[in-house]
Design a protein around this ligand. Sequence first.
Ligand SMILES: O=C(O)CCC(=O)C(=O)O
Ligand SMILES: [Fe+2]
Length: 318
Amino acid sequence: MRTTSLDLPIIDLSSPDRVSIANSIRQACTEYGFFYLVNHGVEKDSVQEVFDHSSNFFSLPLEHKMKLARKAYRGYSPLYAEKLDPTSHSKGDPKESYYIGPVKDTASVNLNQWPSQELLPNWRPTMESFYWKLFTAGKELLSLIARSLNLDEDYFKKIGAINEPAAFLRLLHYPGELSSSEEIYGASPHSDYGMVTLLVTDGVPGLQICRDKFKQPQVWEDVTHVEGAFIVNIGDMMERWTNSLYRSTLHRVMPTGKERYSAAFFLDPPSDCVVECFETCCSDSSPARFPPIRSGDYLNERFRLTYGSVADLKTPAI
Ligand SMILES: O=C(O)CCC(=O)C(=O)O
Ligand SMILES: [Fe+2]
């Protein structure tokens, strides 16, 4: 297995030249399925604040964290609880995470769990505000992705993929020291499930991508940290929509012996949105490779494989 470094394309979300950004996005998504996003509108201070709050949470004693154990796919997930590569024989990934699901303005149903204000003051408003900032950047990015596919900029809105935020924010903590030599990965190899993921890390290395999952031996390339940039990657449902034109690339996190924090924002279509090949991505000579599927059905199956059970996923918000 070889590892090399690569220079991913940089996309400037604030550029007024939308045609040229759309072209760059198309090239990045066809070649890598990954790119850096700069000038995304989320200030450095708010990212730092999120990492500080994330560290405060993960530093709590385990029994406090377990009071918020993941239910309905929201809350705390301890070390080894998840295996992003369901085919691996490991005991689970040595990372802990905290999930925040759709944050609604007027919450009739809000299944999210929150640490109390006394325990972690300001934690909830910090995360909610970060969620909305990422959602705004994600929506803008999706307009450009639509354009890059020769679709109207409001296409994702028109097909009901972005109207209701169905996004999940996952705070991640990789402890620096591993408890056994069996632990090969921080996060085992996987692709993300949704439309796009916006990732921000604390700069500690470890993230790698494999551009050709079928090539043997696999070649893994380091994704280096670019100060202030989000790392964006295409998810499986976007790959289905685009008939594999845009690639949902395999990635993993390797342990480096250093503690690491990251936050991933998974922009998924709402459960009743049907994911079916875009007209601009298929033709008689290149017919649709995937049958239409409801986003909720697709996600439930993927979650079942990752977490071993779908019992706590049957919620109206996924
Ligand atoms: O922590 C990272 O850098 C990547 C995390 C990731 O790929 C995921 O949570 O899906
Ligand atoms: Fe991922």
